[in-house]
Design a protein around this ligand. Structure first.
Ligand SMILES: C=C(O[C@H]1C=CC=C(C(=O)O)[C@@H]1O)C(=O)O
Length: 397
């Protein structure tokens, strides 16, 4: 006869201690729901797109049997189906409450050179071409991205960069993920502070918070108020947003009962941007299937028109044709799922990839009929602000 396992007290950690304990190679994730720091690898999770949730559930079962305490699957998945992914069941997971705002963290220092990739006029030409495709063909929305390479004299202090991201905006979904691949000459870290919740699951309750439609935030509050009301009234931005909210609602509708989709978007603010936002929630019809774990839902939702477009396949092909730089992990998903299927995944935006002395920032903007190439260039410049602030280079885009 088997006897129940003795209940072990859960070790109590402070959010600030987890952040302070982060080292490159660890997995860090924090949001208003809590903080998670994971180290070591019990097992990688390898599976093709669409099969990851089931593979994750199997590895989590094996980890439990092997004695891993409260295992999770954590990591990042790239934008394209053929992009790399970095998903593991870590050997050790520590959890704490949400991070709190604290005093300023010292800047990274150093002399940085900043180089847009591609050149700004290549980006505006791509937006103009996308507008031609929208006018002449079936494309209705496309998100076009560009990069900013920031290079310093010394290897980048990733833990300090992460601490600055978290302290600037403790409400963001902050992350740092080791995305090194075999043969890389130096370790690579995906780091960022995303405002966009792809999906979270807690028990049967599912929440998503699609964002699209933007204005840069400025210091002057009267000007911010004008920008917020302009954003709410903008037909172009509302169309851009409606594509995302509709697709997220349609996908979650396949899994949920009692889906609540607000009829009107609201505006949310980050320290650098204002966005149209729709908070969607529902209850899972079947919470036992691996396909409805947080990772399963995230895979079903990806890529939303917040990072790809409408229709999805045509937008993805047009992105491949118009963007000269590979997105890699940008515009993919980052997060974690536990053995109950609970977890949280965010859209990988307001992020960068750090490799030795270089930080490659990514930012994209949604293009619909009525978009203006110069305005999209400026919008992507403003979106770089999240990472530039953390680097101490505000205004360098
Ligand atoms: C694609 C990005 O942002 C998305 C999320 C919010 C608003 C967006 C926009 O207004 O274009 C984008 O869809 C990015 O930051 O790289």
């Amino acid at each position: 006869m088997s006897s129940p396992a003795p209940a072990r007290p859960r070790p109590v950690h402070q959010a600030a201690d987890l952040l302070a304990a982060y080292l490159p190679g660890s997995f860090y994730y924090s949001s208003v729901r809590g903080s998670l720091l994971a180290d070591g690898v019990y097992s990688p999770v390898h599976a093709a797109p669409g099969g990851r949730a089931r593979a994750a559930a199997e590895v989590l079962d094996a980890a439990l049997v092997a004695g891993v305490t409260e295992p999770v699957v954590a990591g990042a998945i790239g934008f394209r189906p053929d992009a790399p992914s970095s998903l593991v069941v870590p050997a050790v997971v520590r959890r704490a409450g949400p991070p709190k705002a604290r005093g300023p963290v010292a800047p990274l220092g150093g002399n940085w050179s900043v180089s847009p990739q591609p050149a700004p006029e290549v980006y505006t030409t791509a937006v103009a071409r996308a507008l031609d495709e929208i006018r002449d063909g079936d494309l209705r929305k496309i998100v076009l991205a560009r990069c900013l390479d920031v290079t310093g004299g010394d290897p980048v202090a990733v833990p300090r960069l992460l601490a600055r991201l978290v302290h600037t905006d403790p409400a963001a979904h902050a992350f740092a993920v080791d995305v090194s691949a075999p043969g890389d000459p130096a370790p690579r870290t995906l780091i960022g502070a995303s405002p966009e919740l792809l999906v979270s699951r807690r028990g049967r309750v599912v929440t998503a918070n699609p964002l699209a439609g933007s204005r840069p935030r400025v210091a002057d509050e009267a000007e911010n108020a004008r920008r917020v009301s302009d954003l709410l009234a903008s037909e172009k931005d509302r169309a851009e947003h409606a594509h995302v909210a509709a697709q997220v609602a349609e996908v979650l509708g396949r899994f949920c009962v009692d889906l609540d989709v607000p009829a009107e978007p609201e505006v949310i603010g980050t320290p650098t941007m204002w966005h149209l936002s729709t908070r969607i929630s529902g209850r899972l019809a079947d919470a036992t299937d691996a396909g409805s774990s947080a990772l399963g839902l995230a895979e079903a939702l990806h890529p939303t028109p917040a990072v790809c477009g409408v229709p999805t396949e045509l937008a993805r092909d047009t992105i491949a044709a118009l963007e000269p730089e590979d997105r890699g992990y940008y515009a993919g998903l980052v997060g974690w799922t536990d053995q109950d299927g609970d977890g949280e995944w965010v859209v990988t935006i307001r992020c960068a990839e750090v490799r030795d002395r270089t930080v490659r920032l990514f930012a994209g903007a949604g293009v619909v009929a009525g978009s203006d190439p110069e305005a999209e260039l400026a919008e992507t410049g403003a979106k770089f602000g999240t990472m530039l602030r953390a680097l101490g280079l505000e205004g360098a885009a």
